[in-house]
Design a binder for this molecule. Structure first.
Ligand code: FE2
Length: 287
């Protein structure tokens, strides 16, 4: 009998941790030293970038005020939104407008790359989605397979073909070539950031030549286990690799954020929602 009570207690404790974890917004910081990859080249200055990803229509406070205020409180020079702001319902565009309007009202310059959910929605209602994207484009810089230069940083957004989110890696290798979608970075002396929603394929982005690749999508593995990491991926794979944090990737780095919201499974465990604050070492001083 006592074992039953211990089990019930453990289950209640786990549920409490999950509920609390899911609602606590955290800030994960990365210093210029952590993000520097150029050996002895010195940065002239730093640019503060906030990364927010995978909101999935999750609200923190009325009109998402807590999230927007937390982003604004970091005093960022730029916000990068790395995809899946919405789910795939046509009505989700209202949520998206509310979020981006909130950033605009805070006077924050914003760059946005689509995730798989924006792409899915674009297939469901093409006309409405295009109208929404056009309206958004008046105050948000959308960088789907495009480039944006900002204060010593060159940012490229890679729009990952939708089928890659479902396909087997061995199939993907036969048809995916990143440089057919976007040109490699030029040697312009800037710090080079590639934003690509799914970091699973980061080794396949290497020839683009980024100093830093930014991705989300994996939600930190939803449930995080001490000493092990994330438990499950959106592909329903157990123990996926590199679901949260900063990693070496070729000659550069890979930053994976566990994101802000949740989808499918409506909770997170030992894996609180996060925004990331990056002190990007912009403009190399030369060799
Ligand atoms: Fe995603």
């Amino acid at each position: 009998m006592i074992i039953v009570w211990i089990l019930i207690g453990l289950i209640l404790l786990a549920m409490t941790v999950a509920v609390v974890d899911t609602r606590i917004l955290g800030v994960k910081r990365y210093s210029a030293a952590e993000l520097a990859v150029t050996g002895d080249a010195q940065a002239v200055g730093t640019v503060r970038v906030v990364v927010a990803s995978d909101l999935h229509c999750t609200r923190f406070g009325s009109k998402n005020r807590r999230l927007i205020d937390l982003i604004a409180a970091q005093r960022p020079d730029l916000v990068i939104v790395a995809g899946d702001v919405i789910n795939s319902r046509p009505s989700d565009t209202e949520y998206s407008k509310e979020f981006f309007d909130g950033l605009k009202a805070s006077g924050i310059e914003t760059v946005y790359i689509f995730g798989n959910h924006e792409q899915k929605l674009s297939l469901i209602g093409e006309e409405e989605f295009n109208a929404y994207v056009n309206e958004l484009g008046s105050h948000v810089r959308i960088v789907n397979n495009d480039t944006f230069v900002f204060k010593g940083i060159t940012i490229k957004g890679l729009l990952i073909p939708l089928r890659m989110y479902r396909d087997k890696l061995s199939n993907i290798e036969t048809y995916f070539k990143a440089t057919e979608l976007i040109d490699s970075f030029e040697d312009d002396g800037n710090y080079h950031i590639l934003v690509a929603h799914d970091p699973t394929f980061a080794p396949m982005y290497r020839e683009i030549g980024a100093d830093l690749i930014i991705g989300g999508h994996l939600h930190g593995g939803i449930i995080r286990l001490p000493f092990i990491g994330g438990l499950i991926s959106p592909r329903h794979r157990l123990f996926p690799r590199r679901t949260k944090g900063l990693f070496e990737e070729g000659k550069g780095k890979l930053l994976v954020t566990s994101g802000v919201g949740w989808h499918a499974l409506p909770f997170r465990f030992l894996n609180n929602p996060e925004i990331c604050v990056l002190e990007v070492p912009a403009v190399k001083a030369g060799d």
